[in-house]
Design a binder for this molecule. Structure first.
Ligand code: DGY
Length: 319
């Protein structure tokens, strides 16, 4: 039996590539450049499956041009906002993602942003590193304490729940908004707010952990940011599209928000150059799931999905 051919456009972990080569004929890309629309279309005539990341965009226009040889898009990501799912479904192409395995790594990164934004971590590092630290003062880099503060979580899926577990270890009071209330054993004392506005009003810290979709684009607009308490801190380790960036900037400049921690931006790569002038915006380049353990787990789960598909079974994470 001939082995399926797959395309891996980005540099996945060595363990993932090794396992992929064992079972498939792999076309990879050691240059690790994002797959363009034309590359995706050209590759679709050469392969039976692909393992793209969120950097490869399967828009309706791209999907329309795909060759019928391509049968499965096994994403190496939990977010699938880079894929036009109805268009792929209409072409009969299976789509899978990698939920669960990146929840802890992404929650750790969100928690790091919470701490870094609350305690001026980047400013402090710059001060010491640059040699500009001249004096100790009780007024130096005074931040906000997490202990006893209220953490609002928007989106209580795997990542939101992992973040809540970590925040409990810091004695934070957990509040959340989600499409559905969690069963009480999963809530573990977290306070459910049916209306997002009610959550915003009580959140000393707010973390966005929901997917990007037409319904959540611009979710944190000027009005909703204004509904957060003065001096609160906003963290986004989900998708840039959730935040109205000019509104966030205005809230930082007015002092309504004390700080922000961002792992994602409307324009990626690159981010928002206007944020760079503000020391109280802590920024990371979309690396929420970037740990050795999680990269391997994501790669292996994408391969599990491909393996099941090519065995004629339903892939575990079929969307
Ligand atoms: C995800 O898995 O969605 C992360 O953002 C990385 O792509």
């Amino acid at each position: 039996m001939t082995r399926p051919v797959i395309w891996i456009p980005r540099r996945l972990s060595d363990a993932t590539l090794e396992r992929a080569r064992r079972d498939y004929d792999v076309i990879d890309n050691p240059a690790d450049t994002p797959g363009t629309a034309d590359e995706i279309v050209a590759m679709s005539a050469r392969v039976d499956g692909m393992i793209p990341c969120h950097s490869e965009h399967f828009s309706a226009e791209v999907v329309e041009r795909l060759d019928p040889r391509l049968r499965i898009v096994a994403n190496h990501s939990v977010g699938v906002d880079h894929c036009d799912l109805p268009a792929l479904k209409a072409r009969g192409i299976a789509v899978t993602n990698t939920p669960g395995v990146l929840s802890d790594a992404t929650a750790e990164l969100a928690f790091m942003l919470l701490l870094a934004a609350a305690r001026h971590a980047v400013e402090g590092d710059t001060l010491v590193r640059s040699g500009a630290w001249q004096d100790w003062s009780p007024a130096l880099l005074v931040g906000r304490q997490l202990t006893g503060a209220r953490l609002g979580i928007v989106g209580m899926g795997g990542i939101g729940q992992a973040l809540a577990r970590k925040a409990r270890g810091f004695d934070m009071e957990i509040h959340y908004h989600n499409r559905r209330r969690l069963p009480s054993e999963q809530e573990s004392g977290a306070v459910f707010h049916e209306r997002l506005e009610d959550l915003l009003a009580v959140s000393d810290f707010l973390s966005l952990n929901c997917p990007a979709s037409p319904q959540t684009t611009g979710l944190m607009n000027a009005e909703r940011i204004a509904a957060m308490p003065k001096g609160s801190i906003l963290v986004n380790a989900a998708r840039g599209a959730l935040v109205d960036e000019p509104a966030l900037l205005a809230a930082i400049e007015s002092g309504h928000l004390a700080a922000a921690g961002l792992d994602c931006f409307v324009d990626e790569p690159g981010g928002n150059p206007a944020f760079a002038a503000h020391k109280n915006i802590v920024m990371m380049p979309h690396v929420g799931s970037a740990t050795v353990e999680t990269r391997n787990a994501m790669g292996f789960l994408a391969l599990d999905n491909l393996d099941a598909f090519f065995r004629g079974e339903t892939p575990p994470n079929l969307l």
